[in-house]
Every structure is written in C-alpha cells, then in structure tokens.
Design a protein. Sequence first.
Length: 312
Amino acid sequence: KIPIIIDCDPGHDDAMAILWALASPQLEIRAVTTVAGNQTIEKVTVNTIKVLTKACRLDIPVAMGAKQPLVRKLVVGGEVVHGDSGLEGPILPECGFEPSKLTALELLIKTIEESEEKITLVPIGPLTNIAILFIVRPDLKEKIERISIMGGGAYMGNWTPAAEYNIWADPEAAKVVFNSGLPIIMAGLDVTHKAYITREENEILRAQGNEISVFAAELIDYFSRYHYEVEGFPGCTMHDPTAIAALLYPEIFTSVTCNVDVEVSGELTTGMTVVDTIGYKEKIFGEKVDKNTTVLFNVDRKKYVEAFFEAM
Ligand code: BDR
Ligand code: CA
C-alpha cells in the first residue's frame, strides 16, 4: 500500500479525489489536512469531514490548516464553481466527528515522523500547508516519497489566461514546493481538461445505484455546470481526482519529466507554472537543470472513466 496524506480544499473534485483514494486497495490515507482555497478554512474543513462521514471513514484524522496564503490575501476560488458552502449540490450528512486538535502542520509532522515508510503527499488545493512544512521541517523531506499535485498547466490557465487557481492562489508557496528537491507529479490543466466525464457517462455512474456512485454523480452534476456553461468543455473536468489516478494508473498517462518553476512577480503571469519541456537551459546554455517534475499531458480517457466508475 502507498501511504498518502491528502491536503485539500473541498470542493467537488477534492471530494471525488478523496472517495477514489478511499476505494483503492493500493492507497492508504493516513491523514487529511485542509487549506483555504475553494472556500474559507472553516467551510472546507467541515466539507472534508462530511465527505469522510458519508464514506463511513470516521477513523481518518482531519486537521485544519492555513487560513490564508503565505504572503497574499486569500481569494476564495470556489464561489462560482463550488457554491457558497464549497460543496453545494448533494445532500451531505452532519459531521460524524470533530477535526483533530492538532493543526495541519502538526498532523503532517506527526504522520510523517510516525510512518515507517516514506509518505506520498497529494496536495489538491493551494500549496500553503506543504510549503510551511518544508520551511519549518526541511529534514522531513527525506521521509517523503513524492508529491502528486493537482495544479498548474504548461499551456493554459483557468483563473487567469496564464495561471491555474491552486498555483495562482499562493504562488510563493508553490515556488517553495516545486523547488523542494522532491520528485513531483503535476496533474495540471493540460491533462485534467482531457480527463472529463460527459453527462451521458454520468448517468451510467448514477445508475450504478449505490450511495457513493449516486453521491459522485451529484457532485459531477453541480461541478460540471461551470465546465459546460462557462468554459465550454465536453464534460466535467476531473481536476483533483487526476492526482490520485496518477498514482494508481501511471500507465494510462503520457508525460514529460522536466523542470517546472513558478512565476511569482509577473505583470500578467503571476502563478504561472513555467514548464521547460524542451530543456532550453540545458540545450542552449549548458546549465544543469533539476528535472523536478513529471508533467502529465494526456490520458487514456476511456480507461480513466472506467477506473473511476469502478472505484465509486
Ligand atoms: C483546482 O481549483 C479548484 O477549483 C479545484 O478543486 C481544483 O483543485 C482546479 O483549478
Ligand atoms: Ca481542490
């Protein structure tokens, strides 16, 4: 089993990422930490607990993390996409348990320290908590196997033309994480826009008829409105679940391993992930570059959807 910690801001796609990880025998969620992003820290923490309650997993510790980015003001990303609560649409249960008394940072440290194996981090919101962890306890990096991030995009943004929301929301934190020296998988918009579920396919998921498949179909109903109506996509784009799928089914993705850095001071490009697929620095200037990131570009969508439906 791959031991993971999910750092998230649910969010409909965060919820589906959690459900997919829970369903998978190859993954073991050791802890879930929350970060302000799609909604305020209070709201996303409640949502996380409700999703775990819905899945009857009251045993997984949830700790509340950063209420704002490292140096910038919080700009809540989910008002239009995820609604006022951050998880509008499906009827959710009451919280079945309390958040941990530890902060997200404390729970991250404890979980990593106590683990006998190296931990894989799965951040699917702004990278504030993970950056703070690396700043406060750089020694713990040696106990981290890799980081599977939903964020960024080589060729596109969704919050600005250049930047994806999770990276844009806290670019300084993202810069710390991408320059951490740890191997990163980047499930950015290049691939998440290709990992979509159509309305017709969502009816197949609903028809599976169990509580979780119906819940997932309702999450997709709400979340996909924005993708159809505003973004004009052919289906619900499965952003955050792709960071989980990348760990479970690496063979269904195509990728390039190269250097990725984050723009923090651009006039038009703040929060952009600068993805050097061609290797310019090395080829032209002979500079040694850190191929820090495996950037996912494409996915076998049919296999992706099948695997997700089976998990639900
Ligand atoms: C990211 O932003 C949020 O809306 C989603 O939860 C996802 O993590 C996509 O840009
Ligand atoms: Ca998210």
